[in-house]
Every structure is written in C-alpha cells, then in structure tokens.
Design a protein around this ligand. Structure first.
Ligand SMILES: *Cc1c(COP(=O)(O)O)cnc(C)c1O
Length: 484
C-alpha cells in the first residue's frame, strides 16, 4: 500500500493550564485607571476563584495543542460500529447558532416563540413520516432515554387497559441499553436467542410470548448489522397476545426512506438524532432520542406536546394519560435544529444516504472477508462484524488489531461487541467516507493481518505512533489519574 495516513507528527507536550500560569501575566491590556482606588465589596474579595494568569498566546497554544491530541470525525475515518460516526456538515451548526434560536428562552410565552415551536412541530412531522409512526415526542435526551420513555409508554398503555404486564422480550442481538432501560422501568427482561442466521426466528418468539409479556424490544437492524427479516411475523405473534413491538431505531441510518417502521408492524421506536441526523457526538452529549409512535399511543406521550391550532403553535399540557415530563422544558433544542436543518438540506437524498451507508458497509465486508473471519456471511446493513478467529493462531487478538489501526491513522472499530460474537470487530463506515478512504482503510487492515503473521510483536506493542501508548486499562479504571 501507499504510505499510510497515520505517520508520526509533532505531538507537543502540554502541562496543565495552572502549571503554565505566572502571577500577573494577562491576556489583555486595560486602559490606565482614571478613578480613585477603592476596595471591592467584601463578597468579592478574599481568595477568589483559582484561575491562572496567562497571556493570550499561552491560552491559544494550550487549547490548540490539546485539540491536536484528539481524534474526531473531522480529522479522519471513525468506523466505530453501532455509533454512526458520520461527518456532520458545518451548515447545521450555523443554523443552530442563529440568534433567534440560540437566544430563545424556554420561559418565553408561546406568542413570542412561534418560530422555534413551528420548527419543532415540523420536525415531529418529518420524523413521523420517516418512521411511519406519526405521534412524536422530541423530549428524550439520548437513545437510552428514548428507550426508557418508550418503555414508560408501553407500561402506561397496558395499565390503561387495566391489565398491567411485567415481562419484556429482549433478543441477544439487542443493544446493551435495552435490557437496562426496561429494568429501570420495572419490567423483567426475558432473553431471546437469535438463530444461526443472526436474526430472530418467529417460533422462538412465539414460545416465549405470553399474556404477562408487555411486548418485545428489537434493535433493528440488530447489533450484527443484520435486518430482522421476520419482523412482520414476529409483530403478528406479539400483537396476537396483546403486546407491543418496540424498535430501537438508533441504527436508522441504514433505513431512511427505505423502511417504514409503521408498515412492518412496529408500534413505537426511538431515533438517535445525534447519530443519524447529523449532530456531532461521542463527547458525552448533548444528544436527542425522539420517540415515534402509532397514533393511538399519542395520549401516553410526554407533556408538554407541541400543537398547532389555526396556524399558531402552542405547548399543550392537557393530556391526562401522559407519562408526564421526561426532560426539563422540551428537550435538547439545539440538536433538534441540527436534525431539522439536515433533513431539509437532504430532502429525498436521505434515502441515498442510507443506500450509500449500506453499500459502504457491504464493500468493506466483501473486501475484508478473506482477511478477517466473517461469522455471518450474508448482506449486511450499515455495519459488518468480523472476529479475530484467524489471527488467534499467531496469538493476536481483536484488541491488538484495533490498537495497530491507530498507528495506521484510523480510529479503531467497536470491539468485543456484540457479545454474541467472540472477539467481535464491528465496522460501520457510514455514507460520508469516500471510496479512496475506504480503500486505504481496507489496505491498512490487510497490512495489519500480514503483520500479525510476520511480525506479531508490532501489533502487541501498538500503538507506537500517538502521544499515548497502549494503556493498562485495568489500572486506568481502578486508579484514574484525572489531574493530567
Ligand atoms: C447508540 C445506541 C444506543 C444508545 O444511544 P445513546 O444516545 O448513547 O443513549 C441504543 N441502541 C443502539 C442500537 C445504539 O446504537
């Protein structure tokens, strides 16, 4: 291959900003004082906050150097499976920063907030159309929060029918947050095994579904990157026993404009706006996980709801069956603006984005299936899952491969997840990577697989090129050094 993109750069050391400070140094010059010296109020004197004294160039260099230790979607490919680390066009940041949005206060009356309410109402309509599930709440702050909200709606639905239920079916290919969210909501999760094709079999669901089971929570596409092809039959079985079908739609990036969830028997689902709908993520938030539901579940959605009447928009609280509020005010509005802007700028090309995401994942899968073992050799959706089975002979593990990819200039894929695959390497390239970048990534993986045979120590020592070498992860977790 050509020169890998990950070569050794100049990564400068940088102390803590407090260590750089020097008493009396300052970032700006004030005009000479022309009033008498007077003591400040008692409250303002004393020790004051512990802030370092620094010049402007000290501060600029400090933060610029720290930013260069970082790796993000803006610096290179980030094939982290189950995360949709696609490039987020900068125009959406601009729209979110428009003064009318950025300065809007949530306590302003509706009459002074018509623009932002209209934006939210329109986004609800867009998401309802994309999912085929028209009753939408924008409040949840993340995917897992959407799941919890969804589970609360499922519980409220059964309680309202006078027949509370206690169990929920959760496939072994579900995202790890699914059982956690259902437990938090008071349900007992019942694990469902997927079949040898990596998807759910209707018979298995039929065996487990009963009248104390509130429904099923399916990650679709599942964490193997496979579409749950039996979902219609499964939905019939669950509905037949009075249950509801919840879909974890965090992976909607594979299906926009292609699959209408409402049409395949799904009753409610969440979306991850910070994955599929163009919000930078990975630094811990904020995010947004709207829940989209069948129209007859609308009474249970959180309040307030954004409503339109005679061309004006208002917040409506009058929903006695609602599960209540799940977030302060109306959700993370900045994320909603980015999603709204993304959907408007993409229009019908949303479908193309999904098609390209699926194409790119299948391209990587086909090109690498002679390099890494592919446990489910069939067309995938937005991501593909390999393992380290063929590298085991050289005592090389998934972790070594992931660390070596850093030396080649790539963020590692998701590793050791999903749990149903031993030594998993889960690659989600997304639609925003070019063929050239994918080819460089593929060539890097192939070169690493060669190294695993010829000179495995290179992998065991990796990464050698970044500022921080391989960490002792156990020690880092047990004795974190948070000071620098
Ligand atoms: C990312 C993800 C989640 C969790 O989303 P958060 O916003 O991190 O809470 C849930 N399910 C699936 C399938 C995901 O990929």
């Amino acid at each position: 291959m050509k020169e890998p993109i990950g070569t050794t750069g100049l990564a400068l050391n940088e102390p803590l900003i407090w260590e750089k400070g020097r008493k009396g140094r300052t970032g700006f010059s004030l005009p000479k004082r022309d009033v008498e010296h007077a003591p400040l109020d008692e409250a303002l004197t004393g020790d004051g906050p512990d802030l370092p004294d620094l010049s402007e160039v000290d501060v600029v260099r400090h933060y610029t150097r720290l930013s260069q230790w970082n790796y993000g979607v803006d610096s290179g490919m980030y094939p982290l499976g189950s995360c949709t680390m696609k490039y987020n066009p900068k125009t959406h940041e601009r729209q979110a920063a428009l003064p009318g949005f950025a300065s809007a206060h949530p306590l302003l009356p509706a009459s002074l907030s018509q623009g932002i309410l209209r934006m939210m109402a329109t986004l609800q309509r867009f998401l309802g159309e994309i999912t085929g599930l028209p009753a939408v709440t924008l409040q949840p702050a993340a995917g897992a929060h959407g799941e919890l909200t969804g589970m609360m709606i499922v519980r409220a639905y059964h309680n309202d029918r006078g027949a509370p239920r206690h169990k929920i079916l959760i496939p072994d290919t579900a995202h790890g947050t699914n059982p956690a969210s259902s437990v938090l909501c008071g349900f007992s999760p019942v694990p469902v095994k997927s079949n040898e094709r990596g998807v759910l079999a209707p018979e298995t669901v039929a065996e487990l579904m009963d009248e104390d089971t509130a429904g099923i929570m399916i990650t679709n596409p599942n964490t193997l990157g496979l579409f749950e092809e039996n979902i219609r039959k499964i939905a019939d079985i669950v509905h037949g026993k009075g249950g509801l079908v919840y879909v974890d739609g965090a992976n909607m990036n594979a299906m926009m404009g292609i699959v209408s969830m409402g049409n395949i028997g799904v009753d409610l689902m969440h979306l991850n706006l910070h994955k599929t709908f163009s919000t930078p993520h990975g630094g811990g938030g904020p995010g947004s996980g709207p829940v989209c539901a069948r129209q007859d579940l609308a009474p249970f959605l959180p309040v307030p709801r954004v409503k339109e009447k005679d061309g004006t928009f208002h917040l409506s609280y009058d929903h006695p069956k609602s599960i209540g509020k799940v977030h302060a005010f109306y959700g993370n509005v900045g994320i909603l603006i980015r999603a709204y802007s993304y959907i408007l700028s993409m229009g019908p090309n949303l479908k193309k984005a999904s098609q390209l995401a699926v194409l790119n994942a299948n391209y990587v899968k086909e090109k690498l299936k002679d390099t890494f073992y592919l446990p489910y050799d069939r067309p995938c959706m937005h991501e593909c899952v390999f393992t380290d089975k063929w590298q085991e002979a050289h005592k090389i593990t998934t972790l070594d491969i992931a660390k070596r990819l850093i030396d080649y200039g790539f963020h590692p894929p998701t590793i050791y997840f999903p749990l149903v695959v031993h030594g998993a390497i889960m690659i989600e390239p997304t639609e925003t990577e070019s063929k050239e970048t994918l080819d460089t990534f593929i060539a890097s993986c192939k070169a690493i697989a060669e190294e695993a045979k010829e000179s495995p120590e290179l992998l065991r020592e990796a990464p050698t090129k970044p500022k921080v070498r391989r960490m002792d992860e156990t020690r880092a977790a047990r004795h974190p050094q948070l000071a620098g």
